[in-house]
Design a protein around this ligand. Structure first.
Ligand SMILES: [Zn+2]
Length: 171
């Protein structure tokens, strides 16, 4: 990654790519609600600012936890950037242009960090259990009242994860 300049860092993990302007100030806030050990072992983070029309593309993933992949990121100005993700050097990819409000951007970001911290994360496609684990990981850290919020299409199993979280935390 010597040829790329990071746009920021979260607990020493470099952030590459581009962020929509509305989310640039959120990186320190995301750092503040997580601990350094939760980021250890991550190679880097890639952000994309491509503007996605959510009325056309509903329920698409706002991010990915990638363990071994090649990534061609398309930016809002039409340019592309190539990233290689080597084995054993996992990466979080965030589709920042998808989100309108701080809450969903932070939630999806920390959700991917949840996959990184899941001791039972399957190698193949994520299971319902893995999605619920990552959602709960995010719900424990991204407190709705602390973030600017707009009603956006929630990711799959968000409602189910909230019901579980409520049962465990609101006795
Ligand atoms: Zn997930």
């Amino acid at each position: 990654m010597q040829d790329k300049t990071p746009i920021g860092h979260i607990h020493a993990v470099p952030v590459y790519g581009r962020l929509p302007q509305r989310f640039v100030g959120l990186l320190p806030k995301i750092e503040a609600i997580t601990s350094p050990n939760e980021w250890s072992g991550l190679s880097y983070i890639v952000c994309c600012d491509e503007d996605i029309d959510t009325t056309v593309h509903q329920n698409i993933a706002g991010g990915m936890y990638l363990r071994h992949a090649e990534l061609n990121v398309k930016y809002s100005d039409g340019t592309e950037e190539y990233f290689y993700i080597g084995e054993g050097r996992p990466v979080i990819y965030i589709e920042g242009g998808l989100h309108r409000s701080d809450y969903w951007f932070a939630f999806d970001f920390i959700h991917e960090l949840g996959h990184h911290n899941d001791p039972d994360l399957p190698i193949e496609a994520p299971t319902v259990e893995a999605e619920l684990f990552a959602h709960t990981f995010a719900l424990n850290r991204v407190i709705k009242d602390d973030f600017q919020f707009e009603d956006e299409t929630p990711p799959m199993y968000y409602k189910e994860a909230n019901a579980i979280w409520d049962r465990e935390n609101k006795q």
